[in-house]
Design a protein around this ligand. Sequence first.
Ligand SMILES: [Zn+2]
Ligand SMILES: [Zn+2]
Length: 76
Amino acid sequence: MPRTSKKISSYKLKKMKAQEEPCHCCGKGELFFAYRCRCGFTMCQDCMADNVWGMTCNGITWECPDCSEQNGFGNQ
Ligand SMILES: [Zn+2]
Ligand SMILES: [Zn+2]
């Protein structure tokens, strides 16, 4: 399989920076801190606190309700 070197274009970087999405749960925007999944799912701290019992089974990672990806809580 030939390997193609993938360079992140400045356009893509801009797009990545622009994905400051509002909380998918309560719709609150301009979040100081939010839990984000690589699929784009975003949840604010308040909603995570409210729903943490349904999002995690070990207290270390939370499962994205959109793509079922396991995401870490803190130090990412
Ligand atoms: Zn929220
Ligand atoms: Zn996800």
